[in-house]
Design a protein around this ligand. Sequence first.
Ligand code: SF4
Ligand code: SF4
Length: 437
Amino acid sequence: MSAVAVCFVCQWCAQIGAERAGRDRLQLPGGFVMVPVPCAGAVPVDVVLRAFADGAEGVAVLGCHLGGCHHNQGNRGASVRLALLGATLATLGVHPHRLLVSFGSAHEGHQFASVVEGFMTRLGALSQGADLALLRGRLEGAALAPGCDLPPREPEAGAPSPLPADILEEARRLLASGEVGHVLGLAVTDGGVLPEVFSTPQELERAVAASKYPLAKTFWRFMGGMPQGTSAALVCRPCDARAVREQTKMAQYEGQTVRCLTLGCSEEDAHKCGCANPGVDAPSYVALPDPLADLDPAGRIAFWRDSFQRCIKCYGCRNVCPVCICPSCRLEDETFVPPGILPPPPLPWHACRALHVADRCVGCGACQDACPSGLPLLALHGSLSGHLHRESAYIAGMGMTSPIAAAMAAQGPCGGPPPAWGEPGGARGADREVRHG
Ligand code: SF4
Ligand code: SF4
């Protein structure tokens, strides 16, 4: 029986190629369903994942030449997103032949016939492997034990210590001068180490540092309840400071001024986090070796199958993540991720979340620390961050650009230079000041 595949075809090239192939009576393989789309950029990665989850053995996205997009730069954005999807599938152990992304190769009849023929032939040669079961969310037979050993992570906040003198002095100065109205940090209370908002220099006497405590999401929630014009500083870990930058890129602090007073982490704390570089403004776990590097695809499939099997769909990973802040979340879409199913289908759930935060995950590890089932989530997020770093030297939170936005903004709509990221009229205008002290 021939393989079943879904081909998303751009109406401006591959769809025309398909029509010409038919008109020229070229032989086409069976087993593929063609879905015309206005642009390759209109194919969300979620939909590709859903096609796999619903039974496709392979998915192809065929678009126009890069640089020849009828919707300006739609296919450039698609190329980055779909490359990330390919990296996700590779991390999970899915055979690379199951996803074909091709630009400009199928706009003539014979080209379309040859691309589809090659794709379907390669798919047909694959066995009905374990990767298909993983793609479709069939996890029967999964063991409840982890598939390989990863370094244990410290779940609780580290022991509190006094704030470094320079940070304390700067926080006091900011409050005393009125440069900021609030400083959010940590204090020791009856309940332990908890976040606290300090509004006077005197109150800062109670501030402490505890580098394992994530604060960027708390800060985002606090500022979300404050009016425009509010200025505040966050005393935090380097990864939290990078998360605040990512939140800023998502226009979360419009009309507000935020400042991060960044504490470097100790080597000991960095080791507990699995962080390779705990410096004040330094790249984090992208430098860590891939913990799954020694596993072949079959080992990866077993590892993820066993891990995903333990997920109880509590949404803890999403809720704690400082950059998972969309007002409506695809993971709650009942047609996409049916309610009441445990464990959730891994592709729509885990791969979708990883892809949605791929270019803004700062590797803080809050998701992995929060997971009650001990899922090794950083192995998935880290592999995508590593892919972006290798492909475009990108590290989330280290600047105000994003590879996806940069790909789409490579050329302005009229051929001129596009507005820069963060400038008025840019992809995500940001009129607030962000300084990292
Ligand atoms: S490590 Fe997890 S919690 Fe932290 S930014 Fe990445 S996805 Fe979000
Ligand atoms: S925190 Fe863990 S168990 Fe809860 S939804 Fe996320 S991966 Fe699943």
